[in-house]
Write a protein that binds this ligand. Structure first.
Ligand code: GRF
Length: 203
């Protein structure tokens, strides 16, 4: 399968995905690591490994629609089977999402449908939940709301802060996103008509 990974910053999820492809020789062609920010640290990491890294800055466009149109054109040229959002901090418009229906995947640092949006670790602490986590899901036009492919959970500890929670959750994010990539590479992920996701047994 062909895969593009979209980032905006550090890119640790992207790094784990790229390393998983290489280490496990997955049948995945990572055709682009695309950032909307030229200063994303993940770009340097990708370039240093000879991965196809590119920038499409949202700054050059007057509207989200114009940026989305340019992103759509670039992604169409790349023709990925899946577009993996990994800390990509731009909200994608409904037209773009529908164009790539069922092919855009995101990782979100909460147990969706709880805590969509930003500052998820602070939201979890404020709510007093005892379990926190992360979700890999298909992207739909509703922000942080699509069919769930995988989740990972961690207990919330009495002295947790947003930073400690984020730090403990990050390795779980890496683990579940790598697992979803394996499933996608093996063709095992199917979106059901009722909006749920089925992961087929390993062959
Ligand atoms: C992750 O916590 C991801 O879930 C969130 O942004 C963070 C990105 O981290 N949406 P990285 O860029 O993958 O290191």
């Amino acid at each position: 399968i062909r895969v593009a990974i979209l980032i905006s910053g550090r890119g640790s999820n992207m790094q784990v995905l790229a390393e998983t492809i290489a280490a496990e020789k997955l049948p995945v062609d990572l055709c682009s690591v695309l950032s909307n920010r030229a200063d994303a640290a993940g770009l340097d990491w990708a370039r240093a490994r000879g991965l196809p890294a590119e920038v499409l800055s949202h700054r050059g466009f007057d509207s989200r629609e114009a940026f989305d149109a340019a992103l759509r054109e670039r992604l169409d040229a790349l023709a990925p089977d899946y577009i993996l959002l990994a800390g990509f901090m731009r909200v994608l418009g409904a037209d773009l999402v529908r164009h790539f229906d069922g092919r855009i995947v995101n990782i979100h640092p909460s147990l969706l449908p709880a805590f969509p949006g930003l500052h998820t670790h602070a939201q979890a602490l404020a709510q007093g939940v005892q379990w926190h986590g992360c979700t890999v899901h298909f992207v739909t036009p509703v922000l942080d709301h699509g069919p769930i492919i995988a989740q990972g959970a961690i207990p919330v500890l009495a002295d947790d802060t947003p930073d400690t929670l984020a730090a403990r959750l990050l390795p779980v994010e890496h683990q579940i996103y790598a697992q979803v990539l394996r499933w996608l590479a093996q063709g095992r992920v199917r979106l059901l008509a009722d909006g749920r996701v089925e992961v087929a047994q390993a062959p």
